[in-house]
Design a protein around this ligand. Sequence first.
Ligand code: IPD
Ligand code: CA
Ligand code: CA
Ligand code: CA
Length: 283
Amino acid sequence: KPTPIVTSKSFTAVAINTAARAGEWIKSKLGSYGQLNLKASGQDLVTEVDKGSEAMIRKLITTYFPTHTFLGEESVPLDTAARQQTFAEAAEAEYVWVVDPIDGTTNFVHGFPFFSISIALAHKGEVIVGVVYDPSRDELFVAEKGKGAYVHGKRMQVGPEKQLSESLLSTGFPVDHVHTLPPNMRALQAFVPQVRNIRTSGSAALHMAYVAAGRLSGFWEVGLNAWDTAAGALLIQEAGGKVTDTRGEPYTLACRHIVATNGHIHGQVLDVLEEVDGQGPAS
Ligand code: IPD
Ligand code: CA
Ligand code: CA
Ligand code: CA
């Protein structure tokens, strides 16, 4: 049997088809998501649709690329030691698919149409493909390393805003309130009077796709995970923007506190976070 020829193009095609199929299924489950379970807290929701979407995505991807590693939010163990082990294994893998089967579960549960599927492929720790799909609007955001970022085939470019005063920013509130609420509150209080406005719409991946598309000037959030940010980070970089941690260090899959902007306002956002110590807990 000849070995199939695998190019970066086929990685992207699989990511796109998988996101589209999962998205269609998730949309069909709006309003009938089965059992609602709580993870760590009453704000940390998971439904049968999150799990079903992840199972579907994993099956499709591993059928095409059986030797690749798969890191999906709903199959990462909750227990801290086992969790760290899973992350360590993923960091060692040559190819790892980093997947959020529904980013914006709270919105999905409430029927608020702002949620997405986020699929990224990293090669030796570097994201080379990023796809974010919004089934409610049927919008597909795709980036390939070095080849630009596109929304439904149209090249994306970050927004032109140069000052905070003309910027529309976005943020989110992770479920880990104990550690993230104080820095979030300090940051919000500092940003609100300085920017045009702030949106917090409940899907980090989609917020980041919107920064890439120039619909938002920037995004920051503390306490995220790789599955929330990997695809969005590549979309932004390929659309001419900038992604770092809240201390200004370059984005990696290990970053949990994220600043993602059109590039022009990046330093100003970092300065505000530093001034008010809104950079989040140490890790
Ligand atoms: C959440 C969303 C939300 C963000 C949270 C994430 P989930 O992901 O991205 O916007 O504020 O930090 O955990 O749990 O819906 O996949
Ligand atoms: Ca979740
Ligand atoms: Ca998420
Ligand atoms: Ca999720």
